[in-house]
Design a protein around this ligand. Structure first.
Ligand code: AMP
Ligand code: MN
Ligand code: MN
Ligand code: MN
Length: 278
């Protein structure tokens, strides 16, 4: 069976490793088919593709787009698109803009609760000045000993109602799906189990996503708990979505799952790669 990992990050967004190092780690972990899906960024694709080619690792273009839907943040993964598509390139650049200003506001809030220097501190972990993320602040808070690990940070800081949370307006769902499809790719809902949606909201979201041409959802992901694998396999069947699998790997020792280290998709779903020439 193919080991397919279609969701992970490099230091072009909030991962810790360069794209070529992520490729090498995927290969070492036994991954056969790989996509790098940096947040709102395709700047790592050239390096990722070249590294994968040299390693004999089958490579698919990828991105994870930040979206605001009904006032909540959701993530849409795009796979197999033409990364030179002008509308996609422009849309992602627009989506990235505003992160630096947001980061200054986050740092201001943290300073107000006695944690100074967070902007500069986070910046030490940033590989791409266009993409300062909450993850970089989380690493700085761990470095300072404010929290034991990044999971603890995301319970006590940087989330709604806690210091360092700055609401942000990301891309529209229709735009994100449109950019991906317009560039010949397939749109997939990232980690649907992670959103704090009611059943009704999840249903409305998935219906709208499908209506816009969205084709898949992640079923087996490092951002789901094991009991969510069968739950979202059932959701995929019910809505007629293709199923995806990805570790959501960010950094050694930090992420829930390492590259390629997840159970296979349940046999009851149709993999998003079912009609790819692999
Ligand atoms: P941002 O795009 O700047 O809002 O940052 C979002 C990133 O923060 C996600 O892609 C994750 O890498 C990280 N993140 C968010 N929530 C959590 C969490 N509960 N535990 C660990 N990482 C998280
Ligand atoms: Mn991330
Ligand atoms: Mn995500
Ligand atoms: Mn991710």
């Amino acid at each position: 069976m193919l080991n397919v990992d279609l969701h992970c990050h490099s230091n072009v967004s909030d991962g810790a490793l360069a794209p070529a190092a992520v490729a090498a780690r995927a290969k070492a972990n036994g991954v056969d088919v790989w996509a790098l899906t940096d947040h709102d960024e395709i700047g790592g694709i050239a390096e990722a593709r070249e590294a994968a080619r040299a390693l004999g690792l089958r490579y698919v273009t990828g991105v994870e787009i930040s979206v605001t839907w009904a006032g909540k943040t959701v993530h849409i993964v795009g796979l197999g698109f033409d990364e030179t598509n002008a509308a996609l390139v422009r849309g992602l650049a627009d989506t990235r803009s505003g992160r630096e200003r947001r980061a200054h506001e986050m740092a201001g809030q943290l300073a107000a609760v006695g944690i100074p220097g967070a902007f500069e501190g986070a910046l030490k972990y940033v590989g791409n000045p266009d993409l300062i993320s909450r993850t970089h602040f989380a690493r700085y808070l761990v470095e300072r000993g404010v929290c034991r690990d990044t999971a603890e940070v995301f319970r006590n800081y940087l989330v709604e109602g806690k210091p360092g949370y700055v609401p942000h307006r990301w891309a529209r769902l229709s735009d994100a799906v449109g950019w991906i499809r317009g560039a010949g790719g397939v749109a997939v809902v990232a980690h649907p189990g992670r959103y704090d949606f009611s059943d009704l909201e999840l249903d409305a979201f998935l219906n709208e996503f499908r209506q816009l041409g969205g084709a898949g959802i992640e079923v087996v992901t490092g951002s789901h708990t094991p009991d969510e694998f069968p739950r979202f396999a059932e959701v995929a069947r019910r809505y007629g979505f293709l199923a995806s699998r990805g570790s959501d790997f960010h950094a050694p020792g930090e992420s829930q799952s390492d590259l390629g280290a997840l159970p296979p998709l349940p046999p009851s779903v149709v993999p998003v790669w079912h009609d790819w020439r692999l």
